[in-house]
Design a protein around this ligand. Structure first.
Ligand SMILES: Nc1nc2c(ncn2[C@@H]2O[C@H](COP(=O)(O)OP(=O)(O)O)[C@@H](O)[C@H]2O)c(=O)[nH]1
Ligand SMILES: [Mg+2]
Length: 626
């Protein structure tokens, strides 16, 4: 028995609707958001909550036909029902479907309702299909966990509002800043008193003495120069410097002399992490780092198709994958058979770039569905249409939802609640969590935000010391309680302390853990559950290929499974590190986004603080389709 059948245009205009029950959780919204808007129509089916949705498309008329049924009671005739309904609907309204949807009045609706009931009864009696295997259902479930929010029509309106809201946020941020400026002295005094109190408290514990020295360079201004990469091997130098700088005996023997030695070491480390540039190179390198990437991202924000098409109709893809499609005829509607050989080549290319083979197949199915049924000669040259379809598909896959404006969100929260914005970094050992946290700190400082770091990797020896060095190089305060403490309570104390100190953003470092280490995953879920951070970022290595996909899926699942709530927090964003060493093998990144719908927020491209980039779609598209 079906719960719902709906026919709607790709623009979100509902043409026919037959509902037997109220489908809790709005599975059709889910279909639109998680599948159609991100070009995953090739999936054909998704399971969400208690429901399964199956669909078919009419590319010729730009229509979607979808049926919803209970997940636990799969119907075997869904495909027959969909295809027969599509056939009947398109035949009956052939003329009107050319361009006049609005003429589909109640009469048409009622006439079709009778047809539909007939098709439904026949399909139920026919019982022609085999149910889908359980594993497939489960796979679909894992790939689609985000909550639906609204229909495409509503989404368009929201996208329009977005810009003005952002402007308002920034405006009010600068107002807050000016106001803060006048209260600066009081604030400094309060900070000084708090530090004194904290010092007294910490004196009782020998290991916490280092924490105090953080304040000694408080008034030093942080160099914000960016640009030229330091090509020297940082990791070697770092470990030696680290070892010396972290020698506690230095501090206890002769305070003043040792303090100045430590400061010198920190100075030299700082110059590694924040490479200096010549004055005349500064302006160029500034625009090269964050702003250029942001500009490109901005162009992608208008996902109504036009800006994407304009962007891609030009220079990209004159060779590579596009050349596979050269032989396609222009005179008739493209069929599955026409497309099959070229899509097979496309799939093989994707696999060579580390896209998991099942995902490569699904991407090809999506592209195929977009092209199938189109008469290419009516729109322009074959190559242009195909190029656009490919590029738009890939771009949509990599932007599963509107990416965040992190800085604006931070400013907004500060303005509305006065509380610090909390970001938790998690991931497997050695992937670059702490380094990435330091890079994000530098990025946020460059945006005039006051940042604090919380050392919640209370597990791995040296983790707190490593963060101390970063904190000193970045000239930010580190909240730490040493080792063997419960990380969730350290985070909770850090949040209170950051609130007191009027911090804008608190960055929480966590211990690395393998995705299948249950106790450690439980501890992470506890930290998230208890502290309700504003963002949970998963840090993964681009280098490890498809293992990163497995890590991400398991982290996300473990996070959900270990929270005792109906609305569990999930991973909000991915930061992919070591992108500087993967050439064009960007497939793992694509697979990660495709299988989870979680966006890539930043990519790490080196070991210094300036080596952090926002997700650059056009770079991905080029690498993937080269
Ligand atoms: N080449 C390169 N190395 C990186 C990048 N991010 C981090 N690393 C290096 O990876 C190593 C491990 O980083 P760390 O932050 O300690 O990892 P954690 O154990 O996850 O906290 C360090 O040597 C970092 O310098 C990156 O984007 N590119
Ligand atoms: Mg670490």
């Amino acid at each position: 028995m079906i719960d719902l059948f709906v026919i709607f245009t790709r623009g979100g205009f509902v043409l026919f609707y037959d509902a037997l029950i109220h489908t809790e959780g709005r599975p059709i919204d889910r279909l639109i958001r998680s599948v159609l808007l991100v070009d995953k129509a090739g999936l054909g089916q998704l399971s969400y909550g208690n429901f399964t949705v199956k669909w078919t498309l009419s590319n010729q008329h730009g229509l979607v036909f979808a049926v919803v049924f209970p997940r636990r009671l799969p119907i075997s005739y869904a495909n027959v029902l969909l295809e027969q309904t599509k056939d009947s609907f398109c035949k009956r309204f052939k003329e009107l479907l050319q361009d006049e949807y609005q003429l589909l009045t109640t009469d048409f609706y009622q006439a079709f309702a009778r047809d539909f009931q007939k098709i439904l009864r026949n399909s139920e009696d026919g019982d022609l299909e085999l149910p889908q295997p359980v594993e497939e259902e489960e796979k679909n479930r894992r790939g689609h966990k985000k909550e639906p929010q609204n229909t495409p029509i509503v989404q368009k309106q929201q996208a329009g509002d977005h810009h003005t809201k952002q402007e308002a946020k920034y405006q009010s941020h600068s107002e807050t800043q000016t106001q803060n400026g006048t209260e600066e002295e009081d604030e400094q005094e309060r900070i000084r008193r708090n530090i004194e109190k904290l010092k007294l408290k910490k004196m009782k514990k020998p290991e916490s003495k280092r924490h105090d020295s953080l304040q000694t360079k408080k008034d030093e201004t942080l160099s914000t120069s960016r640009g030229k990469k330091n090509t020297g091997k940082l990791s070697d130098k770092l470990s030696k410097q680290e070892a010396k700088a972290l020698d506690y005996s230095l501090i206890n023997s002769n305070q003043d002399e040792e303090e100045s030695q430590v400061n010198q070491k920190i100075e030299s480390l700082r110059s590694h992490f924040i490479p200096q540039v010549e004055e005349d190179e500064k302006s160029n390198s500034d625009s090269e780092s964050f702003t250029e990437w942001e500009k490109e991202e901005e162009e992608f924000k208008g996902t109504n198709g036009t800006s994407l098409e304009r962007k891609f109709s030009g220079t990209l893809l004159s060779r590579g994958v596009l050349s596979f499609f050269k032989g396609l005829t222009t005179k008739k509607e493209l069929t599955k058979e026409d497309l099959e050989p070229v899509l097979n080549k496309f799939r093989d290319t994707l696999i060579t770039k580390n896209v998991a083979s099942d995902i490569a197949q699904r991407l090809c199915d999506s592209v195929g569905l977009t092209l199938q049924g189109n008469k290419l000669d009516t729109f322009g040259s074959v190559s242009r249409i195909i190029r656009n379809a490919l590029e738009i598909s890939v771009a949509r896959m990599l932007t599963p939802r509107q990416s965040d404006d992190l800085v604006a969100d931070i400013v907004n929260k500060r303005r509305e609640t006065g509380k610090p914005f909390v970001i938790v970094f998690c991931g497997v050992n050695g992937v670059g969590k702490s380094t990435t946290l330091a890079k994000v700190c530098y990025y946020l400082q460059s945006n005039d935000l006051k940042v604090m770091i919380a050392a919640c990797d209370t597990f791995r020896a040296g983790a707190v010391e490593q963060l101390r060095i970063h904190a000193r190089c970045l000239n930010v305060e580190l909240f730490e309680k040493g080792y063997a403490k419960d990380p969730s309570s350290v985070a909770s104390d850090a949040i209170h302390y950051a609130s007191e100190k009027n911090v804008d953003v608190l960055l929480v470092d966590t211990a690395g853990r393998m995705q299948d280490n249950e106790p450690l995953m439980k501890a992470l879920a506890k930290l998230v559950n208890l502290n309700k951070p504003d963002r949970v970022f998963f840090v993964g290595e681009a280098l490890v290929g498809n293992d990163a996909v497995d890590q991400l899926l398991k982290f996300n699942d473990a996070l959900i499974d270990n929270q005792n709530t109906n609305k569990p927090r999930e991973i909000d964003g991915i930061i992919l590190t070591k992108f500087d060493s993967i050439d064009d093998k960007v497939g793992a990144a694509v697979s990660m986004v495709y299988s989870t719908n979680i966006p890539i927020v930043f990519v790490g491209v080196g070991q210094t603080y300036v080596d952090l980039k926002k997700m650059n779609i056009s770079w991905f598209v080029k690498a993937l389709l080269r």
